[in-house]
Design a protein around this ligand. Structure first.
Ligand code: XMP
Length: 317
């Protein structure tokens, strides 16, 4: 029978003998998987694990600072890299979702590679790949998975020539959470909603600008904070706000406004492969809508996505 305790014990022992005194780099994303992988490796090899956390400017509001602080608090050997400008610069004018993903993937590899090169004599690249990622990256060869090119797997540039270590690649998500719990990782990290690697770039339909990112971050923060306050965050599998490139007429005092629309998405799911839209209570939706429209300049309308997957995907791009 699989238990988290036994998994932790045997994995740490295996990592110790596999890695010895080698140095390892790992890209942290703030998500559950990379966090659990980092703590496991840290227990096994201590400061020979060098974690890199890239700010691509497409994270949730204040997420970079908060997460970096949490990781440092956990004792991880971590370096934050502010690459906001570089990502936004490379995204300028790109409207196509797949081209956005490609640009972000390319810049991430460049930034990560620069940071990894600063670690002398690094031998290994650790990744938080879990079993469903392995399956999905295999199925990328099939027709359905080309719908969106996920780049969590295989994002390794050839020229880095590092050996790969993936301590979680036999586990499902719920097992990863149980391992995280055994390792003493905080619930705020283990319970965090999944968040896509390309971040808010694929929640801004059309081209991405710093201004749109700032607007979406504000709206998204209001949304997520209200879900938490209402005790709904943990019941929802994934939630996020989407910036629609649509302007509509509104009225504010005596003035006619002509501004953008924010769409709210919340889904229930087990693994993200299928999903149902959440029936959030109307009073909560009403409060979120009012708060966003009153507080976020540039938004005069909020809508709620009532589409399930399939056929609608969770993300809009
Ligand atoms: P979709 O939109 O395909 O999303 O229904 C399923 C799950 O995958 C996440 N997602 C991504 N994650 N890179 C990622 O790391 C991506 O390009 C990407 N696209 C979608 C999405 O947030 C959801 O959890």
């Amino acid at each position: 029978d699989w238990t988290a305790d036994a998994f932790v014990e045997s994995t740490i022992a295996n990592l110790k003998s596999q890695l010895g005194d080698d140095k390892v780099v790992l890209g942290l994303s703030g998500g559950v998987d990379s966090s659990v992988a980092a703590v496991l490796l840290h227990k096994a090899i201590g400061t020979n694990l060098h974690c890199i956390f890239v700010d691509n400017g497409l994270l949730r509001k204040d997420e970079y600072e908060a997460v970096l602080e949490q990781y440092k608090h956990m004792g991880l050997n971590i370096k934050g890299v502010d690459a906001k400008e570089r990502f936004l610069g490379q995204l300028a004018g790109i409207k196509d979702p797949e081209l956005k993903r490609k640009a972000i993937g390319r810049v991430f590899i460049e930034v990560f590679d620069d940071a990894a090169h600063e670690v002398q004599d690094v031998v290994w690249l650790a990744q938080g790949t879990i079993y469903p990622d392995v399956i999905e990256s295999v199925s990328v060869k099939g027709p359905s998975a080309t719908i969106k090119s996920h780049h969590n797997v295989g994002g390794l540039p050839d020229f880095m020539k590092l050996k790969i270590v993936e301590p979680l690649n036999t586990l499902f998500k719920d097992e990863v959470r149980r391992v995280g719990k055994t390792l003493g990782i905080a619930d705020v990290i283990l319970g965090r909603h999944p968040f896509p690697g390309p971040g808010l770039a694929i929640r801004i339909l059309g081209d991405v600008t710093a201004e749109k990112v700032a607007i979406l971050q504000e709206a998204d923060a209001i949304y997520i904070n209200n879900l938490k306050e209402a005790g709904l965050y943990d019941q929802v599998w994934q939630a996020g706000a989407i910036f629609l490139p649509v302007q509509s007429v509104g009225v504010m005092g005596d003035e006619r406004t002509y501004e953008n629309v924010i769409c709210l998405r919340a889904v229930e799911s087990v693994d993200g492969m299928t999903a149902d839209w959440c029936h959030l209570p109307y009073p909560v939706l009403a409060k979120i809508s009012n708060e966003i429209i009153n507080k976020v300049k540039g938004i005069n309308r909020v809508v709620y996505d009532i589409s399930s997957k399939p056929p609608a995907t969770i993300e809009w791009e």
